[in-house]
Design a protein around this ligand. Structure first.
Ligand code: G3H
Ligand code: 13P
Ligand code: NA
Ligand code: ZN
Length: 328
């Protein structure tokens, strides 16, 4: 059944677990997420980005999620719109039937330029008023994702802020977070703690100076009843980087957010954990390996099935690690 984000995250807070929120663009990702949820009895958050809507079209994203709800009626599913750049974008998703939207007012509507605090409060509050009237949940974001290691925003493929950022911008301020939640009434708050989107988060395994889980603890201490969201939370599995590079890929050395650090965040109020890159890496590795080992194959179902299996394994591992398993 389709449920709202609020319902699911309230349950997660009550029972002390986190929920991975996986991005979906295609049927293979959708099936992998649902098969993993079915095997582990986990509730599901699937999210469509602007890039997903541009790739598959909003009706296909919507019907893919509805098809999953039909095929696995016993699994609760949140249909979430990722990184809305304006109240208007969120409104169109609500009209399409999304049960949750993210109004990312940390950036201007170009999705690149960091915004002022007042702008963020204004667009987020407007979105909350509209969404709540429709029974739809809202995720807001305070702070800008970026690398504490390099001081760069780390935008990839046109997603996220561009250029240099200050440490202040890249670490959500707990006092400001309290004021923001108070003024906007968001159901969940995405915070910045040194993670960034994509595969290139850290040039070395992260230490607490570049991945500030302590900041999450300080925010949670200030607003214990707010559900926190971690973006840029792929772990960038080294074993998949090796497979990709072994079979013709060229991905330089890079590190993601260790699962144990996310689990630590979940102890301190993190309820939604956004993951896209890990499924992309697993899928690319599995397809490269399958085609290299089966050079005469030309049936896409064979290599796409290998991709689906690789993604399912990642989803199962995250459901188990975050305590989502058994909560559906
Ligand atoms: O917000 C970032 C997500 O990984 C979505 O990426 O815009 O390429 O679909 P995308
Ligand atoms: P990753 O790029 O780390 O998977 O993050 C995805 C994300 O935050 C989507 O909103
Ligand atoms: Na989101
Ligand atoms: Zn994100």
């Amino acid at each position: 059944a389709l449920i709202s984000m609020r319902q699911l995250l309230d349950h997660a807070a009550e029972h002390g677990y986190g929920v991975p929120a996986f991005n979906v663009n295609n049927q293979e990702q959708m099936r992998a997420i649902m098969e993993a949820a079915d095997k582990t009895n986990s509730p599901v958050i699937v999210q469509g980005s602007a890039g997903a809507r541009a790739y598959a079209g909003a009706p296909f994203i919507r019907h893919m999620i509805l098809a999953a709800v039909e095929e696995w009626p016993h699994i609760p599913v949140v249909m979430h719109q990722d990184h809305g750049t304006s109240p208007g974008v969120c409104q169109r998703s609500i009209q399409l039937g999304f049960s949750s939207v993210m109004m990312d007012g940390s950036l201007m509507s170009d999705g690149k330029t960091p915004s002022s605090y007042d702008y963020n409060v204004d667009v987020t509050r407007k979105t909350v008023e509209m969404a709540h009237a429709c029974g739809v949940s809202v995720e807001g974001e305070l702070g800008v994702l970026g690398s504490l290691e390099t001081g760069e925003a780390g935008e990839e493929d046109g997603v996220g802020a561009e250029g240099k950022l200050t440490t202040e911008q890249m670490l959500t301020n707990p006092e400001e977070a309290a004021d923001f939640v108070n003024k906007t009434h968001v159901d969940a708050l995405a915070i910045a703690c040194g993670t960034s989107h994509g595969a290139y988060k850290f040039t070395r395994p992260p230490t607490d100076d570049i991945l500030a889980i302590d900041r999450i603890k300080e925010i949670h201490a200030r607003i214990p009843n707010t559900h926190l969201v971690m973006h840029g939370s792929s772990s960038v599995p080294q074993e998949w980087l090796e497979v990709i590079n072994q079979y013709g890929g060229e991905i330089p050395e890079t590190y993601g957010v260790p699962v144990e650090q996310i689990v630590e965040g979940i102890k301190y109020g993190v309820r939604k954990v956004n993951i896209d890159t890990d499924l992309r890496l697993a899928s690319t590795g599995a397809i490269r390996r399958h085609l290299a080992m089966n050079p005469s194959n030309f049936d896409p179902r064979k290599f796409l099935a290998a991709a689906t299996q690789a993604m399912t394994d990642i989803c199962i591992a995250r459901y188990e690690a975050f305590g989502t398993a058994g909560q559906a």
